[in-house]
Design a protein around this ligand. Sequence first.
Ligand code: UD2
Length: 348
Amino acid sequence: MSVINRKSVGVVLLSALLLGVLYCYMYQPNRVFGDVGVRRENGRPGDDDIAASNDLHLVAPAHLQYKQPSIIHGRGDVVTVTPWLSPVVWEGTFNAVLLDSIYRPKNISIAATVFAVGKYIKFLKDFLETAEQHFFVGFKVHVYVFTDRPDEVPRVRMAAGRQLTVRPVPSSQRWQEISARRMELIQLLIEEQPRRANSYIFCLDVDSKFHGRWGTESLGGLVAVIHPGYYRDDRSRFPYERRPASRAHLAAGEGDFYYCGGAFGGLLQEVHQLAKTCRANFEDDAKEGIEAAWQEESHLNRYMWINKPSKVLSPEYLWQDFKSRNPEIQIIRFSGVIKNYAEIRPNV
Ligand code: UD2
């Protein structure tokens, strides 16, 4: 073997050795998941060869004490689980301290979209101020305001870890278009976001105020809110799109609940799928001259009939100020203000 060949073999062997050392260093379990020094009692991913999903794995602090949960006593006046076994969130069904302790170490981030086009800008101040008091307090929140009046966006003091971004959008002469175009803009916003686990988004109506806690209990893959106007009704009375020609249509005997278009959310990837599908169906309907009865709300209801939400929020999460409170509504967390449609909409 020549001197040069010997040198090459030496270099190759040395490189292989270095790569081996590097591989062992990177793939020691505790290093990958970054929990060096954490005791094994919490069973975090990293302690085993197979990692658990960060979202599904709910780790509580070791010494947290809270009221004993009961398996036989609970809310007897409302249904707290759907037929496909997703929780329905009502006051009294969750422990806020426990949930916050579980989610805080996960470094979650919450985006919220809100549209304030035309005269609806006047609702923005109350929306933002009350969100500071009640919406994911103590967590990372990024509010995206879509408006055609960026200069009129109010300055609201936000706590550390919370921020606001204004996105200019064109004005419109039709309220139906403003409401429906939200799906497209939500889809595009999500496509810009970095792909990371534990990022959630909620899409909310601006003509509303927060009155009570809206926090980690609302987190889930795909999250729907029961519309306050129809939750005691038979489904034959739900205002679904009924014309078979529309891609939003639901036939008699179909549909679980009537969900509202004014609040929905979940993990970024789930809401992206929802927004993309509703937008495509809305646009394909439009090409055939059809607009669903309640625009994107109708498409959302069709979507949720096929793609069952993994968490359902009770009407506590979107009430309407003009409605008197029913006995099962122990707290109103978010509620639509009374408005004069003729005065604020661009068309009737
Ligand atoms: C219902 C839904 C709403 C939507 C609509 C059907 C609830 C509580 N509300 O509300 O989400 O599904 O039916 O289209 O479920 N907007 C503007 N400028 C306008 C008009 C609308 O910014 O000129 C935005 C604003 O964010 C508003 C949202 O669109 O909150 C919905 O419009 P709306 O509140 O007039 O619709 P409404 O009350 O019929």
